[in-house]
Design a protein around this ligand. Structure first.
Ligand SMILES: C/C=C/C(=O)SCCNC(=O)CCNC(=O)[C@H](O)C(C)(C)COP(=O)(O)OP(=O)(O)OC[C@H]1O[C@@H](n2cnc3c(N)ncnc32)[C@H](O)[C@@H]1OP(=O)(O)O
Ligand SMILES: NC(=O)C1=CN([C@@H]2O[C@H](COP(=O)(O)OP(=O)(O)OC[C@H]3O[C@@H](n4cnc5c(N)ncnc54)[C@H](OP(=O)(O)O)[C@@H]3O)[C@@H](O)[C@H]2O)C=CC1
Length: 445
Protein backbone atom coordinates (compact mmCIF):
# COMPACT_ATOMS: atom_id res chain seq x y z
CA UNK A 1 0.00 0.00 0.00
CA UNK A 2 2.97 2.26 0.69
CA UNK A 3 4.11 2.03 -2.96
CA UNK A 4 0.65 3.04 -4.11
CA UNK A 5 0.56 6.03 -1.78
CA UNK A 6 4.11 7.07 -2.75
CA UNK A 7 3.16 6.96 -6.45
CA UNK A 8 0.02 9.03 -5.83
CA UNK A 9 1.98 11.62 -3.88
CA UNK A 10 4.86 11.89 -6.33
CA UNK A 11 4.31 14.56 -9.00
CA UNK A 12 6.51 12.55 -11.41
CA UNK A 13 4.50 9.30 -11.46
CA UNK A 14 3.35 8.18 -14.87
CA UNK A 15 0.51 5.90 -15.89
CA UNK A 16 3.16 3.25 -16.62
CA UNK A 17 4.43 3.52 -13.03
CA UNK A 18 0.92 2.91 -11.70
CA UNK A 19 0.36 0.03 -14.08
CA UNK A 20 3.51 -1.67 -12.76
CA UNK A 21 2.88 -1.28 -9.05
CA UNK A 22 2.32 -4.70 -7.53
CA UNK A 23 -1.14 -4.69 -5.98
CA UNK A 24 -1.48 -5.95 -2.40
CA UNK A 25 -3.29 -9.23 -1.76
CA UNK A 26 -5.44 -7.59 0.91
CA UNK A 27 -6.50 -4.15 2.06
CA UNK A 28 -8.38 -2.45 4.93
CA UNK A 29 -12.09 -1.89 4.52
CA UNK A 30 -15.13 -0.90 6.59
CA UNK A 31 -17.56 -3.81 6.76
CA UNK A 32 -20.69 -5.19 8.33
CA UNK A 33 -20.76 -8.92 9.09
CA UNK A 34 -23.44 -11.32 7.91
CA UNK A 35 -23.47 -13.20 11.23
CA UNK A 36 -24.30 -9.97 13.09
CA UNK A 37 -27.45 -8.89 11.26
CA UNK A 38 -29.59 -9.68 14.32
CA UNK A 39 -27.33 -7.88 16.79
CA UNK A 40 -29.77 -4.99 17.31
CA UNK A 41 -32.94 -7.10 17.53
CA UNK A 42 -35.45 -5.51 19.92
CA UNK A 43 -33.80 -2.07 19.94
CA UNK A 44 -35.41 1.11 18.59
CA UNK A 45 -33.89 2.65 15.45
CA UNK A 46 -32.30 5.37 17.55
CA UNK A 47 -30.68 2.87 19.92
CA UNK A 48 -28.96 0.94 17.11
CA UNK A 49 -25.33 2.05 17.20
CA UNK A 50 -23.20 1.95 13.99
CA UNK A 51 -20.05 1.99 16.15
CA UNK A 52 -20.92 -1.58 17.19
CA UNK A 53 -21.74 -3.01 13.77
CA UNK A 54 -19.10 -1.33 11.58
CA UNK A 55 -15.75 -3.08 11.55
CA UNK A 56 -12.39 -2.23 10.01
CA UNK A 57 -11.26 -5.53 8.48
CA UNK A 58 -8.45 -6.71 6.26
CA UNK A 59 -10.11 -8.21 3.19
CA UNK A 60 -8.77 -9.94 0.06
CA UNK A 61 -8.47 -7.92 -3.15
CA UNK A 62 -11.36 -8.88 -5.45
CA UNK A 63 -10.77 -10.22 -8.94
CA UNK A 64 -11.06 -7.51 -11.62
CA UNK A 65 -13.67 -8.18 -14.30
CA UNK A 66 -14.41 -6.79 -17.77
CA UNK A 67 -15.49 -3.16 -17.79
CA UNK A 68 -14.32 -2.65 -14.21
CA UNK A 69 -11.61 -0.69 -12.41
CA UNK A 70 -9.72 -1.05 -9.16
CA UNK A 71 -9.25 2.35 -7.55
CA UNK A 72 -6.92 3.40 -4.72
CA UNK A 73 -9.30 5.32 -2.46
CA UNK A 74 -7.78 8.46 -0.97
CA UNK A 75 -11.02 9.62 0.67
CA UNK A 76 -14.67 8.72 0.94
CA UNK A 77 -17.71 10.10 2.74
CA UNK A 78 -20.52 8.87 4.94
CA UNK A 79 -23.92 8.64 3.33
CA UNK A 80 -27.13 7.80 5.08
CA UNK A 81 -27.33 4.54 3.12
CA UNK A 82 -24.30 3.40 5.13
CA UNK A 83 -26.23 4.28 8.27
CA UNK A 84 -29.11 2.08 7.05
CA UNK A 85 -26.64 -0.73 6.29
CA UNK A 86 -25.03 -0.43 9.71
CA UNK A 87 -28.33 -0.71 11.58
CA UNK A 88 -29.69 -3.40 9.23
CA UNK A 89 -32.78 -1.31 8.38
CA UNK A 90 -35.15 -1.41 6.62
CA UNK A 91 -33.51 -4.75 5.79
CA UNK A 92 -30.11 -6.35 5.87
CA UNK A 93 -28.05 -5.50 2.78
CA UNK A 94 -26.81 -9.10 2.59
CA UNK A 95 -30.08 -9.94 0.81
CA UNK A 96 -29.04 -7.53 -1.97
CA UNK A 97 -25.62 -9.19 -2.26
CA UNK A 98 -27.15 -12.67 -2.40
CA UNK A 99 -29.61 -11.58 -5.10
CA UNK A 100 -26.82 -9.91 -7.12
CA UNK A 101 -24.63 -12.99 -6.67
CA UNK A 102 -27.26 -15.16 -8.33
CA UNK A 103 -27.22 -13.10 -11.55
CA UNK A 104 -23.86 -14.24 -13.01
CA UNK A 105 -20.59 -16.02 -12.36
CA UNK A 106 -18.78 -12.69 -11.96
CA UNK A 107 -21.44 -11.20 -9.73
CA UNK A 108 -20.95 -14.13 -7.33
CA UNK A 109 -17.87 -12.26 -6.07
CA UNK A 110 -20.22 -9.84 -4.29
CA UNK A 111 -22.01 -12.47 -2.21
CA UNK A 112 -19.67 -12.68 0.78
CA UNK A 113 -20.12 -13.01 4.56
CA UNK A 114 -18.94 -9.40 4.87
CA UNK A 115 -20.16 -6.28 3.08
CA UNK A 116 -17.66 -3.53 2.28
CA UNK A 117 -19.78 -0.40 2.35
CA UNK A 118 -19.49 3.16 1.05
CA UNK A 119 -20.93 4.89 -2.02
CA UNK A 120 -18.47 7.73 -2.61
CA UNK A 121 -14.78 7.92 -3.41
CA UNK A 122 -12.02 10.15 -4.66
CA UNK A 123 -8.83 8.39 -5.66
CA UNK A 124 -6.57 7.04 -8.38
CA UNK A 125 -7.17 4.27 -10.91
CA UNK A 126 -4.85 1.31 -10.30
CA UNK A 127 -6.00 -1.24 -12.89
CA UNK A 128 -8.70 -1.44 -15.53
CA UNK A 129 -10.35 -4.60 -16.80
CA UNK A 130 -10.78 -5.78 -20.42
CA UNK A 131 -12.82 -3.39 -22.54
CA UNK A 132 -11.95 -0.25 -20.58
CA UNK A 133 -10.37 2.32 -22.88
CA UNK A 134 -11.38 5.70 -21.45
CA UNK A 135 -9.54 5.33 -18.15
CA UNK A 136 -6.04 4.23 -17.35
CA UNK A 137 -3.89 3.62 -14.29
CA UNK A 138 -2.90 6.91 -12.65
CA UNK A 139 -6.10 8.81 -13.56
CA UNK A 140 -7.41 10.90 -10.66
CA UNK A 141 -11.11 10.22 -10.34
CA UNK A 142 -14.29 10.37 -8.33
CA UNK A 143 -16.90 7.63 -8.68
CA UNK A 144 -20.65 7.94 -8.74
CA UNK A 145 -22.60 5.08 -7.22
CA UNK A 146 -24.83 3.89 -10.08
CA UNK A 147 -24.13 0.27 -10.97
CA UNK A 148 -26.13 -1.03 -13.94
CA UNK A 149 -25.78 -3.93 -16.34
CA UNK A 150 -27.66 -2.31 -19.29
CA UNK A 151 -28.48 -5.66 -20.90
CA UNK A 152 -32.19 -4.79 -20.96
CA UNK A 153 -33.63 -2.03 -23.15
CA UNK A 154 -35.56 -0.75 -20.10
CA UNK A 155 -32.56 1.27 -18.99
CA UNK A 156 -31.35 2.52 -22.33
CA UNK A 157 -33.21 5.84 -22.17
CA UNK A 158 -32.66 6.52 -18.48
CA UNK A 159 -30.02 4.29 -16.89
CA UNK A 160 -31.78 4.48 -13.49
CA UNK A 161 -34.57 2.37 -15.02
CA UNK A 162 -32.32 -0.62 -15.70
CA UNK A 163 -33.87 -3.70 -14.03
CA UNK A 164 -30.43 -4.55 -12.65
CA UNK A 165 -29.90 -1.06 -11.21
CA UNK A 166 -27.94 -1.11 -7.95
CA UNK A 167 -26.30 1.39 -5.65
CA UNK A 168 -22.60 0.57 -5.41
CA UNK A 169 -21.45 0.00 -1.81
CA UNK A 170 -25.06 -0.54 -0.66
CA UNK A 171 -26.52 -3.12 -3.03
CA UNK A 172 -23.08 -4.25 -4.25
CA UNK A 173 -19.93 -5.16 -2.37
CA UNK A 174 -16.43 -3.58 -2.56
CA UNK A 175 -17.56 -0.02 -1.71
CA UNK A 176 -15.64 3.19 -1.13
CA UNK A 177 -15.06 3.17 2.65
CA UNK A 178 -11.85 1.22 2.08
CA UNK A 179 -8.29 1.59 0.84
CA UNK A 180 -9.19 0.02 -2.54
CA UNK A 181 -12.57 -0.14 -4.27
CA UNK A 182 -13.96 -2.06 -7.22
CA UNK A 183 -16.23 -0.09 -9.56
CA UNK A 184 -17.64 -0.38 -13.04
CA UNK A 185 -15.52 1.94 -15.19
CA UNK A 186 -18.58 3.94 -16.27
CA UNK A 187 -18.95 5.06 -12.65
CA UNK A 188 -15.70 7.01 -13.02
CA UNK A 189 -15.59 10.77 -13.54
CA UNK A 190 -12.68 13.23 -13.45
CA UNK A 191 -11.76 14.48 -9.98
CA UNK A 192 -12.28 18.25 -9.79
CA UNK A 193 -8.73 19.64 -9.69
CA UNK A 194 -9.42 22.52 -7.28
CA UNK A 195 -10.54 20.20 -4.47
CA UNK A 196 -8.65 18.08 -1.97
CA UNK A 197 -9.33 14.33 -1.91
CA UNK A 198 -11.82 14.56 0.96
CA UNK A 199 -13.60 17.56 -0.55
CA UNK A 200 -13.89 15.81 -3.92
CA UNK A 201 -15.30 12.67 -2.26
CA UNK A 202 -18.02 14.55 -0.38
CA UNK A 203 -20.61 15.66 -2.96
CA UNK A 204 -20.96 12.57 -5.26
CA UNK A 205 -24.01 10.68 -4.04
CA UNK A 206 -26.04 13.51 -2.52
CA UNK A 207 -25.17 16.09 -5.17
CA UNK A 208 -26.23 13.76 -8.00
CA UNK A 209 -29.41 12.78 -6.16
CA UNK A 210 -30.38 16.40 -5.48
CA UNK A 211 -29.64 17.24 -9.13
CA UNK A 212 -32.04 14.63 -10.49
CA UNK A 213 -34.67 15.20 -7.81
CA UNK A 214 -34.79 18.97 -8.16
CA UNK A 215 -33.22 20.12 -11.43
CA UNK A 216 -33.52 17.31 -13.97
CA UNK A 217 -36.61 16.87 -16.11
CA UNK A 218 -36.74 13.36 -14.65
CA UNK A 219 -37.35 15.04 -11.29
CA UNK A 220 -39.09 18.33 -10.49
CA UNK A 221 -37.55 20.28 -13.41
CA UNK A 222 -37.06 23.40 -11.28
CA UNK A 223 -37.22 26.76 -13.06
CA UNK A 224 -36.31 30.35 -12.22
CA UNK A 225 -38.49 31.91 -9.56
CA UNK A 226 -39.84 28.63 -8.16
CA UNK A 227 -40.46 28.54 -4.42
CA UNK A 228 -38.65 25.39 -3.29
CA UNK A 229 -39.29 24.02 0.18
CA UNK A 230 -36.13 22.17 1.26
CA UNK A 231 -36.29 19.92 4.30
CA UNK A 232 -32.96 19.46 6.12
CA UNK A 233 -31.51 22.30 4.07
CA UNK A 234 -28.07 22.14 5.71
CA UNK A 235 -27.90 18.32 5.67
CA UNK A 236 -26.38 16.01 3.06
CA UNK A 237 -29.02 16.28 0.32
CA UNK A 238 -30.39 19.63 1.43
CA UNK A 239 -27.08 21.48 1.31
CA UNK A 240 -26.87 20.69 -2.42
CA UNK A 241 -30.58 21.29 -3.09
CA UNK A 242 -30.19 24.74 -1.52
CA UNK A 243 -27.22 25.50 -3.78
CA UNK A 244 -29.08 24.27 -6.88
CA UNK A 245 -32.10 26.42 -6.01
CA UNK A 246 -29.94 29.52 -5.52
CA UNK A 247 -27.77 28.89 -8.58
CA UNK A 248 -30.88 28.25 -10.71
CA UNK A 249 -32.62 31.48 -9.75
CA UNK A 250 -35.22 29.80 -7.56
CA UNK A 251 -36.25 30.82 -4.06
CA UNK A 252 -35.30 28.20 -1.45
CA UNK A 253 -37.36 28.05 1.72
CA UNK A 254 -34.94 26.22 3.97
CA UNK A 255 -36.14 24.14 6.91
CA UNK A 256 -33.55 23.37 9.60
CA UNK A 257 -33.55 22.53 13.31
CA UNK A 258 -31.13 24.98 14.96
CA UNK A 259 -29.92 28.60 14.73
CA UNK A 260 -26.49 27.28 13.77
CA UNK A 261 -27.95 25.43 10.78
CA UNK A 262 -29.98 28.52 9.88
CA UNK A 263 -26.70 30.49 9.78
CA UNK A 264 -25.17 27.92 7.42
CA UNK A 265 -28.12 28.36 5.04
CA UNK A 266 -27.71 32.14 5.23
CA UNK A 267 -24.02 31.78 4.43
CA UNK A 268 -25.00 29.90 1.24
CA UNK A 269 -27.20 32.87 0.28
CA UNK A 270 -30.65 31.68 1.40
CA UNK A 271 -32.92 34.24 3.03
CA UNK A 272 -36.16 32.37 3.80
CA UNK A 273 -35.36 30.01 6.67
CA UNK A 274 -37.61 28.12 9.09
CA UNK A 275 -36.19 26.69 12.30
CA UNK A 276 -38.63 23.79 12.82
CA UNK A 277 -37.40 23.30 16.35
CA UNK A 278 -37.72 26.92 17.47
CA UNK A 279 -41.15 27.17 15.86
CA UNK A 280 -42.23 23.85 17.39
CA UNK A 281 -44.20 22.27 14.55
CA UNK A 282 -45.95 19.05 15.62
CA UNK A 283 -47.49 17.58 12.50
CA UNK A 284 -48.53 14.44 14.42
CA UNK A 285 -50.76 14.70 17.53
CA UNK A 286 -49.85 11.11 18.37
CA UNK A 287 -48.33 8.15 16.54
CA UNK A 288 -51.45 7.66 14.40
CA UNK A 289 -53.05 11.10 14.01
CA UNK A 290 -51.84 14.13 12.08
CA UNK A 291 -52.77 17.70 12.95
CA UNK A 292 -53.89 19.68 9.89
CA UNK A 293 -53.88 22.86 12.02
CA UNK A 294 -50.11 22.48 12.22
CA UNK A 295 -49.88 22.04 8.44
CA UNK A 296 -51.78 25.33 8.14
CA UNK A 297 -49.54 27.14 10.66
CA UNK A 298 -46.53 25.92 8.67
CA UNK A 299 -48.14 27.09 5.40
CA UNK A 300 -48.84 30.53 6.89
CA UNK A 301 -45.21 30.85 7.92
CA UNK A 302 -44.17 29.97 4.35
CA UNK A 303 -46.55 32.64 2.99
CA UNK A 304 -44.98 35.21 5.35
CA UNK A 305 -41.57 34.37 3.94
CA UNK A 306 -42.62 34.38 0.28
CA UNK A 307 -44.89 37.42 0.28
CA UNK A 308 -48.04 35.28 0.16
CA UNK A 309 -46.98 32.58 -2.29
CA UNK A 310 -47.17 28.83 -1.83
CA UNK A 311 -44.61 26.19 -2.66
CA UNK A 312 -43.91 25.13 -6.26
CA UNK A 313 -41.63 22.23 -5.36
CA UNK A 314 -41.12 20.36 -2.11
CA UNK A 315 -37.76 18.62 -1.80
CA UNK A 316 -38.90 15.70 0.40
CA UNK A 317 -36.90 13.04 2.25
CA UNK A 318 -37.89 13.01 5.96
CA UNK A 319 -41.00 11.03 4.93
CA UNK A 320 -43.71 10.04 7.38
CA UNK A 321 -43.19 12.92 9.80
CA UNK A 322 -43.39 15.70 7.19
CA UNK A 323 -45.14 14.28 4.13
CA UNK A 324 -48.68 15.36 5.09
CA UNK A 325 -47.45 18.93 5.61
CA UNK A 326 -45.45 18.81 2.37
CA UNK A 327 -48.51 17.87 0.30
CA UNK A 328 -50.62 20.53 2.04
CA UNK A 329 -48.26 23.50 1.52
CA UNK A 330 -47.66 22.80 -2.17
CA UNK A 331 -49.40 25.22 -4.54
CA UNK A 332 -52.02 24.22 -7.10
CA UNK A 333 -50.22 22.26 -9.83
CA UNK A 334 -47.07 22.02 -7.75
CA UNK A 335 -44.76 19.06 -7.22
CA UNK A 336 -43.65 17.04 -4.22
CA UNK A 337 -40.50 15.15 -5.16
CA UNK A 338 -39.34 12.46 -2.77
CA UNK A 339 -36.25 10.27 -2.56
CA UNK A 340 -36.47 8.87 0.95
CA UNK A 341 -38.35 8.31 4.18
CA UNK A 342 -35.89 8.80 7.01
CA UNK A 343 -38.62 9.05 9.68
CA UNK A 344 -40.78 6.21 8.29
CA UNK A 345 -41.82 4.95 4.86
CA UNK A 346 -45.57 4.48 5.42
CA UNK A 347 -46.66 8.01 4.52
CA UNK A 348 -50.08 9.55 5.19
CA UNK A 349 -51.45 12.65 3.55
CA UNK A 350 -54.88 14.10 2.77
CA UNK A 351 -55.41 13.12 -0.85
CA UNK A 352 -58.09 15.79 -1.37
CA UNK A 353 -55.34 18.41 -1.32
CA UNK A 354 -53.46 16.46 -3.96
CA UNK A 355 -56.16 15.71 -6.53
CA UNK A 356 -58.34 18.83 -6.09
CA UNK A 357 -55.27 21.03 -6.52
CA UNK A 358 -53.72 18.94 -9.28
CA UNK A 359 -50.46 18.37 -7.42
CA UNK A 360 -47.98 15.66 -8.37
CA UNK A 361 -45.79 13.37 -6.31
CA UNK A 362 -42.60 12.30 -8.08
CA UNK A 363 -40.43 9.44 -6.85
CA UNK A 364 -36.74 10.04 -7.46
CA UNK A 365 -33.72 7.84 -6.77
CA UNK A 366 -30.02 8.67 -7.21
CA UNK A 367 -29.29 9.85 -10.79
CA UNK A 368 -28.67 8.32 -14.19
CA UNK A 369 -25.16 8.27 -15.70
CA UNK A 370 -25.69 11.56 -17.47
CA UNK A 371 -27.21 13.33 -14.46
CA UNK A 372 -24.35 12.16 -12.22
CA UNK A 373 -21.87 13.45 -14.81
CA UNK A 374 -23.64 16.82 -15.08
CA UNK A 375 -23.78 17.16 -11.29
CA UNK A 376 -20.02 16.46 -11.07
CA UNK A 377 -19.36 18.93 -13.89
CA UNK A 378 -21.03 21.67 -11.83
CA UNK A 379 -18.69 20.88 -8.94
CA UNK A 380 -15.68 20.91 -11.30
CA UNK A 381 -16.72 24.31 -12.67
CA UNK A 382 -17.06 25.79 -9.17
CA UNK A 383 -20.79 26.45 -9.60
CA UNK A 384 -21.70 24.11 -6.73
CA UNK A 385 -19.40 23.47 -3.77
CA UNK A 386 -18.71 20.58 -1.41
CA UNK A 387 -20.37 20.93 1.98
CA UNK A 388 -17.80 19.01 4.01
CA UNK A 389 -17.94 19.81 7.72
CA UNK A 390 -15.78 17.24 9.49
CA UNK A 391 -13.35 14.52 8.50
CA UNK A 392 -12.68 11.21 10.27
CA UNK A 393 -9.98 8.55 9.91
CA UNK A 394 -11.03 5.25 8.30
CA UNK A 395 -10.86 3.50 11.67
CA UNK A 396 -13.36 6.01 13.09
CA UNK A 397 -16.01 5.45 10.41
CA UNK A 398 -18.34 4.00 13.07
CA UNK A 399 -18.28 7.30 14.94
CA UNK A 400 -18.78 9.21 11.68
CA UNK A 401 -21.86 7.10 10.86
CA UNK A 402 -23.10 7.52 14.44
CA UNK A 403 -22.93 11.32 14.05
CA UNK A 404 -25.03 11.14 10.88
CA UNK A 405 -27.50 8.67 12.44
CA UNK A 406 -28.01 11.01 15.41
CA UNK A 407 -28.18 14.16 13.24
CA UNK A 408 -25.15 15.63 15.04
CA UNK A 409 -23.44 16.64 11.80
CA UNK A 410 -23.73 19.46 9.25
CA UNK A 411 -23.58 18.95 5.49
CA UNK A 412 -21.30 16.03 4.74
CA UNK A 413 -18.93 14.00 6.90
CA UNK A 414 -15.73 12.87 5.18
CA UNK A 415 -13.46 9.88 5.77
CA UNK A 416 -9.73 9.68 4.95
CA UNK A 417 -8.90 6.27 3.49
CA UNK A 418 -5.35 6.26 2.06
CA UNK A 419 -4.82 10.02 2.34
CA UNK A 420 -2.52 10.52 5.33
CA UNK A 421 -3.92 13.97 6.10
CA UNK A 422 -6.49 16.51 4.93
CA UNK A 423 -5.80 19.07 2.22
CA UNK A 424 -3.88 16.88 -0.25
CA UNK A 425 -4.66 16.33 -3.93
CA UNK A 426 -5.32 19.94 -5.00
CA UNK A 427 -4.08 20.30 -8.60
CA UNK A 428 -5.53 23.72 -9.45
CA UNK A 429 -4.69 26.13 -6.61
CA UNK A 430 -5.65 29.21 -8.67
CA UNK A 431 -9.20 28.01 -9.14
CA UNK A 432 -9.35 26.90 -5.52
CA UNK A 433 -8.36 30.40 -4.38
CA UNK A 434 -11.36 31.82 -6.23
CA UNK A 435 -13.78 29.57 -4.34
CA UNK A 436 -12.03 28.84 -1.07
CA UNK A 437 -14.56 30.60 1.16
CA UNK A 438 -17.47 28.73 -0.38
CA UNK A 439 -15.55 25.42 -0.17
CA UNK A 440 -14.93 25.99 3.55
CA UNK A 441 -18.42 27.22 4.46
CA UNK A 442 -19.37 24.11 6.42
CA UNK A 443 -15.96 23.42 7.99
CA UNK A 444 -15.63 23.14 11.74
CA UNK A 445 -19.07 24.48 12.57
C1 LIG B 1 -28.31 6.50 -3.42
C2 LIG B 1 -28.74 6.30 -2.02
C3 LIG B 1 -29.93 5.94 -1.71
C4 LIG B 1 -30.48 5.84 -0.38
O1 LIG B 1 -29.96 6.22 0.64
S1 LIG B 1 -32.06 5.21 -0.41
C5 LIG B 1 -32.42 4.81 1.28
C6 LIG B 1 -31.94 3.44 1.63
N1 LIG B 1 -32.63 2.44 0.87
C7 LIG B 1 -33.74 1.82 1.33
O2 LIG B 1 -34.21 2.05 2.45
C8 LIG B 1 -34.42 0.82 0.40
C9 LIG B 1 -34.10 -0.54 0.83
N2 LIG B 1 -34.76 -1.51 -0.05
C10 LIG B 1 -35.94 -2.06 0.23
O3 LIG B 1 -36.56 -1.79 1.25
C11 LIG B 1 -36.43 -3.11 -0.75
O4 LIG B 1 -35.40 -3.48 -1.60
C12 LIG B 1 -37.66 -2.67 -1.59
C13 LIG B 1 -38.86 -2.41 -0.66
C14 LIG B 1 -37.34 -1.42 -2.38
C15 LIG B 1 -37.99 -3.81 -2.55
O5 LIG B 1 -38.32 -4.96 -1.86
P1 LIG B 1 -37.87 -6.40 -2.36
O6 LIG B 1 -38.51 -7.43 -1.52
O7 LIG B 1 -36.39 -6.39 -2.35
O8 LIG B 1 -38.31 -6.46 -3.86
P2 LIG B 1 -39.70 -6.75 -4.56
O9 LIG B 1 -39.62 -6.00 -5.83
O10 LIG B 1 -40.84 -6.46 -3.65
O11 LIG B 1 -39.55 -8.30 -4.89
C16 LIG B 1 -40.00 -9.31 -4.02
C17 LIG B 1 -40.82 -10.31 -4.83
O12 LIG B 1 -42.06 -9.67 -5.20
C18 LIG B 1 -42.26 -9.78 -6.60
N3 LIG B 1 -42.97 -8.61 -7.11
C19 LIG B 1 -42.48 -7.36 -7.27
N4 LIG B 1 -43.41 -6.55 -7.77
C20 LIG B 1 -44.53 -7.31 -7.94
C21 LIG B 1 -45.83 -7.04 -8.46
N5 LIG B 1 -46.12 -5.80 -8.92
N6 LIG B 1 -46.73 -8.02 -8.47
C22 LIG B 1 -46.39 -9.26 -8.00
N7 LIG B 1 -45.17 -9.59 -7.54
C23 LIG B 1 -44.26 -8.62 -7.50
C24 LIG B 1 -40.86 -9.87 -7.18
O13 LIG B 1 -40.87 -10.48 -8.44
C25 LIG B 1 -40.14 -10.73 -6.14
O14 LIG B 1 -40.47 -12.07 -6.40
P3 LIG B 1 -39.42 -13.25 -6.09
O15 LIG B 1 -39.13 -13.18 -4.61
O16 LIG B 1 -40.13 -14.49 -6.48
O17 LIG B 1 -38.21 -12.98 -6.91
N1 LIG C 1 -32.95 7.75 -2.97
C1 LIG C 1 -31.77 8.31 -3.03
O1 LIG C 1 -31.14 8.32 -4.08
C2 LIG C 1 -31.17 8.91 -1.83
C3 LIG C 1 -31.79 8.83 -0.62
N2 LIG C 1 -31.20 9.38 0.48
C4 LIG C 1 -31.92 9.27 1.76
O2 LIG C 1 -32.34 10.58 2.11
C5 LIG C 1 -32.34 10.73 3.51
C6 LIG C 1 -31.54 11.98 3.89
O3 LIG C 1 -30.19 11.82 3.49
P1 LIG C 1 -29.13 12.97 3.80
O4 LIG C 1 -29.65 14.28 3.40
O5 LIG C 1 -27.83 12.53 3.26
O6 LIG C 1 -29.11 12.88 5.39
P2 LIG C 1 -28.69 13.96 6.47
O7 LIG C 1 -28.91 13.31 7.80
O8 LIG C 1 -27.34 14.50 6.16
O9 LIG C 1 -29.71 15.17 6.28
C7 LIG C 1 -31.08 15.00 6.47
C8 LIG C 1 -31.64 16.19 7.21
O10 LIG C 1 -33.05 16.04 7.24
C9 LIG C 1 -33.55 16.67 8.40
N3 LIG C 1 -34.46 15.74 9.08
C10 LIG C 1 -34.15 14.51 9.58
N4 LIG C 1 -35.24 13.97 10.16
C11 LIG C 1 -36.23 14.88 10.02
C12 LIG C 1 -37.59 14.92 10.42
N5 LIG C 1 -38.13 13.90 11.08
N6 LIG C 1 -38.32 16.02 10.12
C13 LIG C 1 -37.78 17.04 9.44
N7 LIG C 1 -36.49 17.07 9.04
C14 LIG C 1 -35.74 16.00 9.33
C15 LIG C 1 -32.38 16.99 9.31
O11 LIG C 1 -32.17 18.40 9.24
P3 LIG C 1 -32.65 19.41 10.40
O12 LIG C 1 -32.50 18.64 11.68
O13 LIG C 1 -31.75 20.57 10.29
O14 LIG C 1 -34.07 19.76 10.08
C16 LIG C 1 -31.22 16.27 8.66
O15 LIG C 1 -30.03 17.00 8.81
C17 LIG C 1 -31.80 9.42 4.07
O16 LIG C 1 -32.89 8.61 4.45
C18 LIG C 1 -31.06 8.79 2.91
O17 LIG C 1 -30.99 7.38 2.99
C19 LIG C 1 -30.04 10.07 0.42
C20 LIG C 1 -29.39 10.20 -0.77
C21 LIG C 1 -29.86 9.56 -1.97
Amino acid sequence: MKDILDAIQSPDSTSEDFAHIKLPESYRAVTVHKDETEMFAGLTTREKDPRKSLHLDRVPLPELGPGEALVAVMASSVNYNSVWTSIFEPLSTFGFLERYGRTSELAKRHDLPYHIIGSDLAGVVLRTGPGVNSWKPGDEVVAHCLSVELESSDGHNDTMLDPEQRIWGFETNFGGLAEIALVKSNQLMPKPGHLSWEEAAAPGLVNSTAYRQLVSRNGAGMKQGDNVLIWGASGGLGSYATQFALAGGANPICVVSSPQKADICRSMGAEAIIDRNAEGYKFWKDEHTQDPKEWKRFGKRIRELTGGEDIDIVFEHPGRETFGASVYVTRKGGTITTCASTSGYMHEYDNRYLWMSLKRIIGSHFANYREAWEANRLIAKGKIHPTLSKVYALEDTGQAAYDVHRNLHQGKVGVLCLAPEEGLGVRDPEMRAQHVDAINRFRNI
